[in-house]
Design a binder for this molecule. Structure first.
Ligand code: NAG
Length: 266
């Protein structure tokens, strides 16, 4: 009996190795704290970057990449059913995530080095990764805006590009359900012009009067500028006046030199 169990355990271990079960990292992607604006919007979610998370996973794999998985509840099951085999990132794009059977996609490919633990702690600093921020979406695995009002779970995975078999070598936990904000119901937006408050009427009236005054001032200014131009063409410019002053000065000097010559003559 004992040997049978041992054999079973060994079989399971071998099976696991052959299928390359990803290292489970005990980390759940976190949404940034509430004080950061737009942590969850209609089409985006701000996650904390997975700094230090995969530092101890498959350490010899320098070329490994960290990817983000965005999944609906169906997609979570789909990913779990295929993660022990070869994972082809180009088959799980945003474009076919929620139209076909997948229910999830991978995006934000990042070299693992980028998320290494910083050598010095940066107190208070939160490095965010905004899911759904890429507009326009131009690559297959782009980080396109999420469907408004949808509910998703997210996790990071570490992928070893050199492996032709099971290449998902590490994974974090999935987040709980993240529900995006819904677009405001168009039926609730008040567009009926008859329902205006007294305050709005007063403000509108004041604004109209101010606008009228502003226009009047503008017209007056235009008129003044026109008249000035007209004046300038008819009357001597201030420059001519200063010219006459200079002439007067020269005249003075001439007089002085006259005096000197006269003195010299004397
Ligand atoms: C998730 O996406 C798949 C694929 O498009 C879809 O068939 C499924 O209904 C979705 N599941 C939920 C819970 O929205």
């Amino acid at each position: 009996m004992d040997s049978l169990i041992q054999q079973l355990v060994l079989l399971c271990a071998l099976y696991g190795a052959a299928h390359g079960v990803p290292d489970q990292v005990t980390y759940t992607p976190e949404i940034v704290p509430t004080r950061i604006a737009g942590r969850i919007t209609q089409t985006t979610v701000a996650l904390e970057q997975p700094r230090c998370v995969f530092d101890l996973t498959e350490m010899s794999c320098v070329s490994c990449e960290v990817w983000l998985i965005v999944a609906n509840s169906t997609g979570v099951a789909t990913f779990n059913s295929i993660k022990n085999g070869f994972f082809n990132t180009s088959m799980f794009t945003y474009q076919n995530a929620f139209t076909g059977p997948n229910g999830f996609y991978v995006t934000v490919k990042t070299k693992r080095d980028f998320y290494r633990c910083p050598p010095t702690a940066m107190p208070g600093q939160i490095l965010t990764l905004r899911v759904g921020s890429e507009v326009p979406c131009q690559t297959p695995n782009c980080n396109a805006p999420l469907p408004t009002g949808g509910t998703f779970r997210m996790k990071y995975v570490l992928i070893n590009l050199n492996l032709t078999g099971a290449n998902v070598v590490g994974e974090t936990e999935f987040t709980d359900n993240i529900k995006l904000l819904s677009a405001p119901d168009p039926n609730n937006i008040d567009t009926f012009p008859g329902r205006r408050t007294g305050g709005m009427v007063v403000i509108t009236t004041i604004l109209v009067i101010l606008l009228f005054l502003l226009l009047a001032m503008f017209a007056a200014m235009l008129a003044m500028v026109c008249c000035k131009k007209y004046e300038q063409s008819d009357f001597p410019t201030p420059l001519a006046t200063s010219g006459s002053l200079r002439k007067y000065h020269t005249h003075n000097l001439h007089n002085k030199s006259d005096i000197i010559t006269q003195k010299g003559k004397m």
